[in-house]
Design a protein around this ligand. Structure first.
Ligand code: NAI
Length: 676
């Protein structure tokens, strides 16, 4: 017997097993939209009135199980009350589904996230595909909320408080191997065994092992407040309570209500309703949407890449090559020095060991990364990335020499951070083939890649470059080939202002705290030390040719005296075991009132200038670029969003005031006139 819905395929087979397969209409991915939930409500109600022998919940999409709730709909929840109604309705449906008297089994492949994970948790059994691509997660905190469809209660009940809290508070995904170990799923099997596994579970429901005593102990009434303190402290290091209330709300829920799980469910709904309409959540949801927009720029589906060739195995080229091999491509890495290649392999091994863990996967990735001192890979490569010395002549010579060798349709990319493309591409017979793929250091950590175009660059090449960027799981941001592109150009005035503040004698921690209080992940002084003061100086000097930035004398002196920051052990800070030693200012020190304004306004002024100059096309792209390229306070929704929230008039007044005190570097860019 088959029932038809727009989004669900529901079948009751001859053995009285109901198969509920989600296949969301007009979409490649399953999400729990209002319509999907509404249809599920009807399905559950039918199952309640005629309960089958067992229910199997699965997805008909190849992309995965369910990627979460429909985030677009989150932005339409205007009041806490409306949000609460929506959540309470979902609670009722999930509870009814959980309370069916028959065995219920979720068959999970690909993505199983957020609301999708919560629905799977409402099943009595979870079976996941053992492929490493299976990703289970409750990433709600990243959107400024916490699980709201019963996931907080059910995950704690299923995995124990410590594992579940870590799972929810980190927002990180798990593969099925780890999920099985942590008790989140019952079985990890190859996908081809899904149907048989579900049938055998329904025919003979396996006994569930109770949580171990240690796991149960963590949720005892008197233990919870103690553990909560420790957990909160850990969370505070990443996400301060003032900026990110959701993790703390989740911890409070558990501490206060876990003894009465029905009450905890009710409180969960109220808490999420409150959080979801807050400015933090709405801004984080905006960041999520911006991320999806950037992803969309790289969606050239039929573009095939098999082989990547990287030239230059230094800091950047080596890590780019390692990352591409990590992402599944065959990579040849070429350098004129053998030692450089040995280093690349060593660093890559470290990365794979940390990220892939399993010996088989590490070996596979290492096999894909091929040292190639003679450049044999060039003629097979679909994408060639140059990351040699930052010298226009050297780069030109290289491109001239490789052009006759590479495939006619290969993408030719440079990782230059400062040389205009049109200065390099003149060496090519087909200059329109050259594109910039500007990666950030450290490559494995930084999500953004600037796709640098010059007026000469072919449209098709930039589309392919963006698509390639997605294939290595980075976010493409199209920018023009102008000095500093977007990210370095915006970052530099901010960093230089920090150095000027240090020159003026403002204690380093005061400067850094001003930025982290605003919401930056790391203060500018520590950031400069981490990037390397020589690199900062190089970029600043380069940009000072085209931009109105003065390079502080202090920076030059420090670099001349060998103080390069973290890598030399000394910079602004002294480093011990890779960590800066920070000393608090004297008790009688009074912090100047405008430290934060000076830092942030220089950044905002530059981002406005970038839009005016056409470095980026839209304010949304600028916001995305600055958030993913610099870590700019995500809960503020991006620099332009912040400008809009704060009001241009007020910020212009502040700039004027700073200009009067500190001079022309605070003159408001003309671009402000075009903002509402
Ligand atoms: P690096 O000095 O660490 O490495 C350059 C490597 O290229 C060296 O191993 C060198 O032996 C090799 N090389 C030079 N000429 C070569 C040739 N003709 N054939 C083969 N190999 C050759 O430099 P790094 O820092 O990796 O920078 C590379 C490029 O990436 C530069 O254009 C730089 O502006 C850019 N970049 C650097 C960033 C950074 O943070 N270091 C960030 C973003 C871009």
């Amino acid at each position: 017997m088959t029932q038809t819905y727009r989004n669900w395929n529901v079948t009751r087979d001859n053995h009285d097993i109901a198969w509920l397969a989600l296949d969301k209409a007009d979409s490649t991915t399953n999400v729990l939209s209002a319509e999907v939930v509404s249809e599920f409500e009807d399905i559950v109600s039918n199952l309640m009135s005629a309960t089958p022998k067992g229910v199997v919940l699965l997805s008909d999409k190849s992309s995965g199980f369910i990627a979460g709730a429909d985030v677009k709909e989150f932005t339409q929840l205007e009041t806490e009350d409306t949000a609460l109604q929506v959540i309470q309705r979902a609670h009722k449906i999930f509870n009814d589904f959980e309370n069916l008297s028959c065995p219920t089994v979720a068959l999970i492949h690909g993505f199983c996230l957020g609301g999708g994970m919560e629905l799977a948790l409402a099943c009595k059994y979870r079976v996941a595909d053992d492929d490493p691509k299976t990703k289970l997660g409750l990433p709600e905190v990243k959107l400024g909320i916490h699980p709201g469809f019963g996931g907080s209660v059910r995950s704690i009940r299923t995995m124990g408080a410590m594992s579940a809290m870590n799972f929810m508070l980190s927002g990180r995904n798990m593969n099925s191997r780890i999920a099985k170990k942590q008790g989140l799923i019952d079985f990890a099997v190859p996908k081809r065994h899904f149907v048989n596994s579900a049938i055998s579970i329904i025919n003979k429901p396996p006994t569930k092992k109770p949580l171990s005593i240690v796991k149960r102990l963590a949720s005892y009434k008197h233990v919870r407040p103690l553990l909560a303190k420790i957990i909160s402290k850990k969370v505070a290091a990443r996400a301060p309570r003032t900026h990110y209330p959701a993790p703390y709300a989740l911890i409070d829920l558990w501490v206060q209500y876990y003894d009465n799980q029905n009450e905890m469910l009710e409180k969960e709904a109220q808490s999420v309703a409150r959080l979801i309409v807050s400015r933090t959540a709405q801004n984080l949801i905006r960041v999520f949407t911006l991320q999806e927009q950037l992803k969309g720029l790289g969606s050239l589906n039929d573009y095939k890449v098999r082989h990547v060739h990287v030239i230059g195995g230094g800091v950047m080229g080596g890590d780019i090559a390692a990352w591409c091999a990590f992402s599944g491509f065959t990579v040849t890495i070429q350098d004129q020095k053998k030692e450089a290649l040995a280093n690349v392999v060593k660093r890559a091994y470290g990365l794979y060991k940390k990220r892939l863990k399993l010996k088989r996967l590490i070996t596979d990735a290492m096999d894909r990364l091929i040292p190639d001192p003679k450049g044999h890979g060039l003629k097979r490569a679909d994408v060639v990335i140059e990351a040699i010395f930052e010298d226009a002549e050297v780069k030109k010579n290289l491109f001239k020499s490789i052009e006759p060798v590479v495939k006619p349709d290969a993408v030719l990319a440079t990782n230059t951070s400062s040389i205009p493309l049109d200065e390099i591409n003149v060496a090519l017979k087909e200059p329109n083939r050259l594109i910039g793929l500007h990666f950030f250091n450290p490559v494995a950590m930084m999500p953004l890649v600037e796709i640098v175009k010059s007026p000469t660059t072919d449209k098709e090449i930039s589309t392919k470059a963006a698509a390639f960027t997605r294939k290595i799981n980075k976010l493409p941001l199209p920018v023009t080939s102008t000095p500093g592109f977007l990210v370095n150009r915006v970052l530099m005035p901010y960093l230089m202002e920090a150095v000027v503040l240090a020159e003026e004698g403002v204690p380093l921690t005061v400067i850094d705290d001003a930025a982290t209080d605003y919401g930056m992940p790391m203060g500018p002084i520590e950031l400069a030390d981490t990037v390397g003061l020589d690199i900062c100086l190089h970029v600043a000097e380069n940009l000072s040719k085209s931009m109105d930035i003065e390079v502080p004398v202090k920076l030059k002196e420090m670099v001349e005296s060998g103080k390069l920051g973290k890598k030399s052990g000394h910079g602004f800070y002294t480093f011990k075991n890779g960590k800066p030693v920070k000393t608090k200012p004297n008790k009688d020190y009074t912090t100047p009132v405008d430290v934060q304004d000076r830092l942030i306004l220089r950044m905002l002024n530059e981002v406005v200038a970038c839009l005016r100059d056409g470095v980026i096309e839209t304010t949304d792209q600028a916001d995305a670029g600055i958030i993913f390229g610099t870590g700019f306070a995500p809960f503020r929704g991006g620099p332009f969003h912040y400008i809009q929230t704060r009001g241009t008039a007020q910020l212009l007044k502040m700039l004027e005031h700073l200009q009067q005190r500190y001079g022309p570097r605070f003159v408001a860019d003309k671009g402000w006139e075009n903002l509402d």
